[in-house]
Design a protein. Structure first.
Length: 156
């Protein structure tokens, strides 16, 4: 990394705490300390997210909830391995009016028994595979309307 005038080396995302010399402003802070520079950001509304997966996302939920950068996210997890059950049960406690976003993170074999059979070198009918994918897509579409942010893992 390059030094700019007499500023200390900065790692990505790190802001200097003070001005380096009278009249000079550290890059990215407008002359404010990190806490002052971020104070306006901290006043933003928190977003409540539900994390749904076929594996344990508790660590991710904890990391997201501890991050004080904007946007502030408070994450809760649905029981792992219960993807379709949670998606299809729009009246459950998981879909409270406070939930503003959802992350659905799955592996294809967890939502498609036919695909799981293929991975085990068994046969599966293409029509059945398409039907299972359609069911999963319909479950995503059925997420309650008050949930404004829907993120689905794009790996498959």
């Amino acid at each position: 990394m390059k030094r700019v005038k007499n500023l200390p080396l900065l790692s990505p995302g790190m802001l200097p705490l003070n001005k380096s010399e009278p009249g000079e402003q550290p890059i990215g802070t407008n002359g404010l300390s990190r806490s002052a520079a971020c104070s306006d950001v901290r006043m933003t509304t928190e977003l409540e997210f539900l994390l749904i997966s076929d594996f344990n996302l508790s660590n991710l939920a904890a990391l997201l909830s501890k991050d004080e950068e904007s946007p502030m996210i408070r994450a809760a997890t649905a029981p792992f391995g219960q993807v379709m059950q949670v998606l299809l049960e729009s009246g459950s406690q998981f879909w409270s009016k406070g939930i503003q976003g959802v992350v659905v993170w799955t592996s294809p074999e967890s939502v498609s028994p036919g695909y799981k059979r293929l991975l085990q070198s068994e046969e599966a009918e293409p029509e059945q595979l398409m039907h299972e994918v359609d069911e999963f897509c319909n479950a995503i579409k059925a997420i309650p309307g008050h949930v404004k942010h829907v993120l689905s893992q794009p790996g498959w």
